[in-house]
Ligand binder design. Structure first.
Ligand SMILES: NC(=O)c1ccc[n+]([C@@H]2O[C@H](COP(=O)([O-])OP(=O)(O)OC[C@H]3O[C@@H](n4cnc5c(N)ncnc54)[C@H](OP(=O)(O)O)[C@@H]3O)[C@@H](O)[C@H]2O)c1
Length: 434
């Protein structure tokens, strides 16, 4: 009879969900796996907190060192978040010979090289299924189920907060700031929502997925990131009229020359696509492999129980691995010895949506279209708003391009933005994904 002793650090949203599942499902997990998984200690700054399930309160401590120094505990579950104490705890645990489970995408994306090197040199493992897509299994499918494929592309809506905001803006015709406030009141957005709305959290996640898919590591600092703060109700309306929805999309794609493009940006997606119809706080990840074709992973990308479910899956995987005589493999697939070469975003060829906020004056349209012509930008369609949306002097010019080189488009916009008839702050460039 195998008993695996686990220590959990951080009993906030995910920690509570994890503790609840491990306690309430202990018997069933044993029936299915043959292992008893016992939470021996659980650490949080506030150990007086109440739970809606029965728990032996003698397991609680506010000193995480007690978990790391406990020889019986073989798995440390880090659910504090952030880059500082969480990192120290993981490193100490690995050095103490313990395996680690974490949901901390920020830490994995930024410090994969350092953390996996420590794990490897100590013969320990870090599992992180919950770090991308919350409750959706995506790390294990990429590492195992799809391992025989060359991954052609990954596209993901992997931030519930941003997706909720864009869905509300679309369905209820409410502007960004108001929806953000509502999201904060409902607990869907943090008091400081920067990571979610500026695309940083999404970038952490696509960094992890691209690293696993392409057999190396992506330097997070080199990922192209753009958030959703400049999207207006006007953009959403025009996109909808043209048959698209706007989503914060993370993409990773491999080109024939082996270069990898990894980026996060608000994107117009055809309403015919499944990803275009992933709404509210839901997440979805489309993975295309050369043998398997298109696969889609969909579900709750955050929350106490969904994310706890993914954390528990990693705990069970670690607890059962030696029973199945598995070779330790948690860190193997995150190849920290090879930095992946990222493709310059300017090489991308795509259709684009451009909204220019311009002075309603004779000659402005001609000026803009001439700059497009000079830079090989071919326009598929154009709309001019009849009325300005702010002070009656500026109007919006909306352009949909044919497939164009991003470098050419950026050059044309640099030339257009110099004009004092163009309000750069209120203009926007979005990619179109069809
Ligand atoms: N929330 C989600 O749905 C979700 C989804 C996927 C991944 N994640 C990731 O999961 C991790 C945890 O997120 P969360 O939402 O559960 O965060 P959270 O609700 O803020 O929980 C973190 C907990 O850790 C405690 N803590 C902080 N410093 C500590 C210390 N030194 N010792 C012991 N406990 C300490 C906090 O206590 P205080 O409250 O007293 O500070 C809090 O209870 C993060 O890395 C996050 O990115 C979260």
């Amino acid at each position: 009879m195998k008993i695996e002793k686990v220590g959990i650090v951080g009993l906030g949203t995910v920690g509570t969900g994890t503790l609840k599942i491990l306690i309430n499902e202990r018997e069933k997990i044993h029936q299915k796996t043959g292992v008893w998984i016992d939470v021996k200690k659980a650490c949080d700054l506030n150990i007086e907190r109440e739970f809606d399930f029965d728990v032996d309160r003698s397991i609680f401590t506010n000193n995480y060192n007690e978990l790391i120094e406990d020889d019986e505990i073989s798995i440390i579950v880090e659910l504090i978040g952030g880059y500082t104490i969480a990192k120290d705890i993981i490193i100490k645990a690995l050095k103490a010979g313990k395996n680690v489970v974490t949901a901390n995408k920020a830490l994995i994306a930024k410090y994969s090289k350092e953390l996996f090197a420590i794990a490897n040199s100590n013969g320990t493992k870090i599992y992180y299924e919950a770090s991308v897509g919350g409750g959706i299994p995506i790390i294990t499918p990429l590492q195992e189920s799809l391992a025989g494929n060359n991954i052609l592309s990954i596209k993901g809506i992997i931030n519930g907060t941003a997706n909720y905001i864009l869905t509300e803006m679309t369905e209820k015709n409410i502007e960004f700031e108001k929806v953000l406030k509502k999201a904060q009141e409902l607990g869907y957005a943090e008091a400081d929502p920067t990571f979610d709305i500026e695309g940083i959290d999404t970038a952490h996640k696509i960094t992890i997925l691209a690293s696993l898919a392409y057999g190396g590591y992506v330097d997070f600092e080199k990922v192209g990131v753009k958030g959703i703060t400049s999207i207006t109700g006007e953009d959403i309306k025009f996109a909808n009229d043209l048959g698209y929805n706007i989503k914060l999309l993370a993409t990773a794609k491999k080109y024939e020359d082996e270069e990898i493009e990894v980026r996060v940006q608000p994107t117009l997606i055809s309403q015919k696509e499944i990803l275009s119809n992933v709404n509210d706080v839901y997440n979805a990840i489309e993975v295309i492999g050369d043998y398997v074709g298109k696969t889609m992973f969909y579900g709750k990308g955050a929350g106490m129980e969904p994310t706890g479910s993914a954390v528990v899956a990693d705990v069970i995987k670690l607890a059962t691995e030696d029973l199945a005589n598995n070779i330790p493999k948690g860190n193997y697939y995150y190849n920290i010895n090879k930095e992946l070469s990222l493709r310059a975003l300017e090489k991308s060829i795509s259709k684009y949506y451009i909204r220019l906020n311009v002075k309603d004056e004779i000659g402005t349209l001609a000026f803009v279209t001439n700059k497009f012509k000079d830079n090989n930008i071919s326009i598929e369609s154009m709309i001019q708003t009849c009325k300005s949306f702010d002070d009656n002097k500026f109007v919006s010019l909306i352009f949909i391009t044919h497939d164009v080189l991003e470098a050419d488009l950026k050059k044309s916009l640099d030339e257009i933005y110099i004009s004092e008839n163009v309000n750069v702050e209120k203009s926007i460039l979005l990619k179109i994904d069809e």
